[in-house]
Design a protein around this ligand. Structure first.
Ligand code: AP5
Ligand code: ZN
Length: 218
């Protein structure tokens, strides 16, 4: 099973990715998590990416495409994978199409902007695993601590309201055109086109999970 999770910042991609990867036994490939890890490790990639991420801009396409192409060659991707936050520009989607990377489903999690702003301010993350919580909507068992490791949770650098607004703007301008891209591809009747699924992303975490599983026939 090969899936793309599409949706704005804070739509719940990371949250739902956790359920999907377990259900299907496939790795989650989050370009955001990979970049945050590189920033934390202080690598050249991390230093380059940080300035874009902190200002809510996208990291250049060639950097991201190179990163993903390397990642999907790893043995754990043989049984499939889940892209979380990738592709998020037309050139990134074209690069996968041209490389013949067949995708079964594109799952869009649709959430209005106002709801997104509410979600981001309460988000807390466990950086090493990418596990995500919300202080009110999805709290950890122990305040400030990851459920699995007990390690501390942190707030993301790019979750300031001003940066979230910038990320929303970037999403509408550069990522939303992918909706049409995939719909048109599916309508063209190409057997290699992924099936497009749109999920209403407003509701509880469990409700959204059920909607996705149902749509995937899981
Ligand atoms: P990335 O990490 O991908 O960020 P994003 O797309 O902005 O998405 P988020 O991770 O913020 O949100 P999410 O949809 O995962 O929501 P979550 O589940 O956490 O990218 C970060 C940056 O890296 C980019 O800005 C860019 O610079 C760079 N980058 C990454 N990929 C790139 C690419 N392909 N090309 C170029 N640049 C790239 O949920 C959010 C909060 O809401 C949480 O607190 C959660 O607990 C809560 N929540 C979730 N579901 C619900 C619900 N149903 N009800 C209430 N609360 C909920
Ligand atoms: Zn995420």
């Amino acid at each position: 099973m090969r899936l793309i999770l599409l949706g704005g910042p804070g739509a719940g991609k990371g949250t739902q990715a956790n359920f999907i990867k377990e259900k299907f036994g496939i790795p989650q490939i989050s370009t955001g998590d990979m970049l945050r890890q590189a920033v934390k490790d202080g690598t050249e990639l991390g230093k380059e990416a940080k300035k874009y991420m902190d200002s809510g801009q996208l990291v250049p396409d060639d950097v991201i495409i190179g990163l993903v192409k390397e990642r999907i060659k790893e043995p754990d991707c043989e049984k499939g994978f889940l892209f979380d936050g990738f592709p998020r520009t037309i050139p990134q989607a074209e690069a996968m199409k041209e490389a013949g990377v067949k995708i079964d489903y594109v799952v869009e999690i649709a959430v209005p902007d106002e709801e997104i702003i509410k979600r981001m301010s309460g988000r807390r993350v466990h950086l090493p695993s990418g596990r995500t919580y919300h202080i009110i909507y999805n709290p950890p068992k122990v305040e400030g601590k990851d459920d699995v490791t007990g390690e501390p949770l942190v707030q993301r650098e790019d979750d300031k309201e001003e940066t979230v607004r910038k990320r929303l703007e970037v999403y509408h301008a550069q990522t939303e055109p992918l909706v049409e891209f995939y719909k048109k591809w599916e309508e063209s009747g190409d057997p290699n086109a992924p099936k497009y699924i749109r999920i209403d992303g407003v509701g509880t975490v469990d409700e959204i999970k059920e909607r996705i599983f149902k749509a995937l026939g899981a």
